[in-house]
Design a protein around this ligand. Structure first.
Ligand code: ADP
Ligand code: ADP
Length: 224
């Protein structure tokens, strides 16, 4: 049974001349614990698709069907870490738990554990502006994973990082996924990143956005 099914999803954004068709009949299944990368030219509807899966946008036609009971918790990571500037790192990581009603001390304790997991021990009291881009993105990933999401959606999470940091972050994400095995759908512009990380690569075409390639990547991964 799939984790979720994207079924004949269409999306049209309204504008002055009839609207922009961002997605036109997108269809695929995501399987439990799969790591899928989504590639395609700029403007082909990748972000739109992620937002629809996350429930932030309603498609004009079609639907996203969730099968797994764990599908209730979906976490979305963007290119910008979007940390709360006036909160320190451990508070930023703990926030989703606190908003869920987990007692503050317990949430902060868990955040400390996640600080270690993402290699930021010692930075708990730092403020977001004191972090490098790669560190901030690690905080964003920890803030997502602390919720133990059934589905992790990543929209070019390393897009704003330099090449070296990016490579390090990709291996780190791979290690996290190998240890925590959540279902992942990640938008990337890097084919090498997609091949390193994913079980499967989906390619969207633009005008109108639809899946033109669905490719299983059957390569041994480091540490797999
Ligand atoms: P990608 O993430 O692949 O770059 P997007 O999903 O951001 O693509 O955008 C797909 C298409 O939809 C583009 O033509 C874009 O201009 C258009 N679009 C995206 N968001 C909106 C919006 N809020 N209003 C109108 N058009 C939009
Ligand atoms: P406090 O005054 O208790 O320290 P905060 O500084 O955390 O509150 O929050 C200020 C405002 O921002 C509050 O209204 C809070 O609900 C809101 N807020 C908290 N978390 C988020 C979040 N993740 N995204 C947007 N707004 C938030």
């Amino acid at each position: 049974q799939p984790y979720l099914r994207v079924e004949d999803v269409h999306m049209r954004y309204p504008n002055d001349n009839g609207g922009v068709e961002a997605l036109h009949g997108v269809q695929f299944d995501l399987h439990p614990r799969e790591f899928v990368c989504l590639l395609g030219p700029s403007g082909c509807g990748k972000s739109t698709l992620l937002r629809i899966i996350a429930g932030l946008l309603t498609p004009t036609r079609g639907e996203v069907i969730f099968y797994a009971p764990t599908a209730s918790r979906i976490s979305l990571v963007f290119q910008d870490a979007n940390l709360m500037p006036w909160r320190n790192v451990r508070e930023n990581i703990a926030l989703p738990l606190i908003l869920q009603g987990v007692p503050r001390s317990q949430a902060l304790q868990k955040a400390d554990a996640w600080l270690d997991i993402v290699g930021l021990q010692g930075f708990g009291e730092a403020l977001p502006r004191e972090l490098s881009g790669g560190m901030a993105q690690r905080v964003a990933i920890a803030r997502s994973l602390i919720q133990e999401p059934g589905l992790l959606l990543l929209d070019e999470p390393f897009g704003a990082l330099d090449a070296l940091t990016r490579e390090k972050m990709a291996s780190e994400l791979l290690r996290l996924w190998q240890e925590h095995r959540t279902t992942v759908l990640m938008v990337t512009h890097s084919i090498s990143e997609a091949i390193l990380l994913s079980d499967r690569v989906l390619v969207l075409s633009s005008r109108p956005g639809r899946v033109v390639l669905d490719l299983a990547i059957d390569l041994p991964r480091p540490r797999d």
